[in-house]
Design a protein. Structure first.
Length: 435
């Protein structure tokens, strides 16, 4: 699924919840009494509150830890400690602190909500669902509780239940773009591309600063087999998220399918420049350079790809075909043979091997491979021309003539130069065979 932006605005209880705390002089930043006493707790709480207000989360942790050394059963301090740990990305510590909060004050809505959201971010949706279900039951009209409960359900494969929660979130706030986005993700995962597209378009209209909605709409259009409409949306998304190399790679592949080779090359070069080790990018650069008939560059990138994946059968096949164009016939033969060892059923490598042998004038070795191709269903006319010339070089006139005639029967003006050669040679062979 597409990743929604991490939500940073977790709710926290205000320290004023603690009854009977009177204002006292604020301790200097970073100061901690040598020996904490019960009378020091109000000062530490005020220090923690002010640190949280100015986003000094480390300072808040220090003050709250000192509070809990004196008052270990204070749920409000545990809650705010969990909040501070979350902001510092100390997620496991935050989970422990929220759990302790709930042990001390069971059913606390804010703790269930925040802990559920944190567990989703930690990819622990089954645990998250328990807390978010409790939060949604306590406050059925709370939009975020519904939204995140839906996310937890979606992540645990409960699509119908998730859709219901997203629907409730949108009932409460129809303008909530992220809920439309999440609903779009749910439809996309279920391959309901029409409803996914509608949801992503609604999200994008409500929040133009949500580039993931453009990506979702592009993927939905692709699912609807409308790649031409998807491409501008992929480009729009990448303008906002240029470092998403996987999506850029996906777009490059679409450009290749549309035969927009230069645009594909531009995107692949961007990926390669950012991360030459990106899986598949060297092979794709080899492909696009081969399509552009830039075979020297193609060879370079295929060889680089093979250094990373030496067992890639089709990479050996692709390199072999490039080497044929570069007239490195012996090297091409080696690549085709390696491919066939790794993938004996690779028909393209089989044909490439026959071609490489033929071009090295090793006609006796090429003929069995060519005959196998000729015996396959619907063989191309060119096979018979190559077979005919192979037999001709070996002075097997009857077989040469038979294959020239078969070639002329099948070609039917598709290969005019070879047809002229075949007619001339067939005439001579008939004459010689009558002698």
């Amino acid at each position: 699924m597409l990743r929604a932006p991490r939500t940073a605005d977790l709710i926290r209880l205000v320290l004023a919840m603690i009854v009977g705390v009177a204002p006292v002089k604020v301790a200097a930043q970073g100061e901690r009494p040598a020996s904490a006493k019960p009378a020091d707790v109000p000062m530490l709480l005020r220090t923690a509150s002010e640190a949280l207000d100015r986003k000094d989360l480390a300072g808040a942790v220090k003050a709250l830890t000192a509070v809990l050394e004196v008052e270990p059963e204070m749920p409000e301090a545990w809650f705010n400690l969990a909040y501070a740990y979350t902001g510092l990305n100390q997620d496991e510590e935050a989970v422990k602190a929220y759990t302790k909060t709930l042990q001390l004050r069971p059913g606390l809505f804010e703790a269930h909500l925040n802990l559920g959201i944190l567990l989703i971010e930690m990819n622990r949706p089954a645990e998250a669902a328990l807390h978010l279900e409790e939060a949604a039951q306590q406050k059925p009209e709370h939009v975020r509780a519904r939204l995140y409960y839906g996310r937890a359900l979606a992540a645990t494969g409960q699509a119908e239940a998730a859709a219901k929660q997203f629907g409730e979130a949108l009932r409460l706030d129809p303008s909530l773009a992220i809920a439309h986005f999440d609903l779009g993700q749910l439809h996309l995962a279920r391959k309901d591309f029409t409803n996914a597209l509608a949801a992503f378009e609604k999200a994008a209209a409500l929040d133009p600063q949500l580039p993931q909605a453009s990506l979702g709409a592009a993927l939905a259009l692709e699912g609807l087999e409308r790649p031409g409409e998807a491409v501008p949306l992929f480009e729009e998304y990448l303008a906002a998220k240029p470092d998403d190399l996987e999506t850029r790679f996906h777009l490059a592949r679409i450009y290749l399918e549309q035969e927009q080779k230069e645009k594909a090359l531009e995107n692949l070069r961007t990926i390669y420049g950012a991360n030459p080790q990106q899986p598949g990018v060297a092979a794709a650069l080899g492909d696009v350079h081969a399509l552009l008939k830039q075979f020297g560059e193609s060879e370079k990138y295929y060889r680089e790809a093979l250094r990373a994946s030496p067992q890639g059968a089709d990479l050996h096949r692709a390199l072999g075909q490039t080497l044929l164009h570069l007239e490195k016939f012996a090297d091409a033969e080696g690549e085709f043979r390696t491919c066939l060892k790794l993938d004996p059923k690779n028909s393209d490598a089989f044909r490439g091997l026959a071609t490489s042998l033929y071009l090295q004038k090793r006609y006796a070795e090429a003929i069995p491979l060519l005959e196998a191709q000729a015996a396959a269903p619907n063989p191309p006319a060119a096979v018979f021309f190559v077979l005919a010339t192979s037999y001709d070089h070996l002075r097997d006139r009857p077989k040469a003539l038979a294959n020239y005639e078969r070639f002329l029967l099948l070609s039917q003006n598709q290969n005019p130069d070879q047809e002229w050669q075949a007619r001339q040679r067939a005439k001579l062979l008939r004459r010689e065979l009558r002698k």
